[in-house]
Design a binder for this molecule. Sequence first.
Ligand code: ATP
Length: 455
Amino acid sequence: PAKTMDELVSLCKRRGFIFQGSEIYGGMQGAYDYGPLGIELKNNLKAAWWRSMVYERDDVEGLDAAIIQNKHVYKYSGHEDTFTDPMVDCHECKSRMRADHMKDIKVCDNCGSTNVTAPRDFNLMFKTNVGPMVNEESYTYLRPETAQGIFTNFKNVVDSTSRTLPFGIAQIGKSFRNEITPRNFIFRVREFEQMELEFFCKPGEDEKWHDFWVNTRKQWWLDQGLAEENIQFEYVTGDDLAHYSKSTVDILYKFPHGFEELEGVANRTDYDLGSHTKAQEEFGLSAKVKKNEHSTAKLAIRDLEENKWEVPFCIEPSAGLDRGLLAVMTEAYTEEELPNGTTRTVLKFKPHLAPIKVAIMPLKKNKPEIVALAKELKNKLQKLGLGRILYENTGNVGKGYRRHDEVGTPICVTVDFDSIEQEGAPVTVRDRDTMEQIVVPAAELPAYVINYFIN
Ligand code: ATP
């Protein structure tokens, strides 16, 4: 794994994974842009999550709710009142910092001065104006989590799918938080993506489902290549527990800057649906909620056994996509000493996450038959639907191997004179991790590649 954030940042920029946002204007703190390979990696991680959370289960539906929502959503969700971090100002250097991130509450992170203010609450939501009129009422917020769109669509999903408990709704999308101190590359940023599941169950079954999701989510991260010894659970207790949560388990990963939260799995009880439902008094809610004077829908489901309407409990595994990508990159990063004394950098991604699946390189860039066969193979492999297959005609295979090691391409295929002269058109297949080369007849290449990526 990577030892420092700097080596990752530098590889990400050099090879086109991640760039500083607004770089040509001096940058924008807490915002990053995903480059040609970053977007592939991100899409692959999202697809893996969706596959395991939606397609491989029969009790989860997908959703893509709007980022901009009615401001009442954040009034009743509690974000307007309580989505804050404690902030401290330094009188000496004028910097601001998150009080709970300070090494010592009385010492400025930046200049070391002890001349700092007492902590005060800072709301992390970005406020924005909606429509052409600017007045007291025309504001809303960019969503600070995707979850609220799931709760507000609870009735729509139940009515359109006839779901009964237990079932879940999954969503991936952008969230925005005006973090006081963005830091550690893409670990803490102001614009990021979340992959969230809200899993609804009967009260009384919530603890069982909470355990289930904690373990299921850990296993998923292992399946993305994270090593067991780099993952820890943190049981959130006392003051750190959000007011709506009965219990929360954070899944931590050993990032270059230390063990930190990758995903939180919370038992949110009936707080969310109970907050957004109308006729709250009918349901005997267990959570303490603000009285809702605006909702027009009952967010409840019929219990067929007891023939009554009830507000389900909700278990929420909430993962950061950007943090996930950082974890996967940290883990994959490998510096290897080779027998000839040189070193190589390899990103040992799991094949399903690799930004480029196969690179096809003609050995001679000016030989038309070689080029034609290489292009034909590229088109054939591309049609398999595995992701990006790259045809690359630089004429320097050695350099190509090094570059593809560094961006984690699992397979490189070279087409040479043998391929056009010998029967069966043999091509050379090189494995990223072992660096071993084998010869495969061109006609068998698609089957070889499918077998490699699917099994
Ligand atoms: P933290 O304590 O690190 O601020 P949080 O507990 O506020 O995180 P949640 O509200 O539980 O985070 O959000 C769920 C997930 O969303 C987190 O586990 C993380 O992966 C991701 N996430 C939250 N805030 C950010 C951020 N500013 N930048 C990148 N990812 C984030």
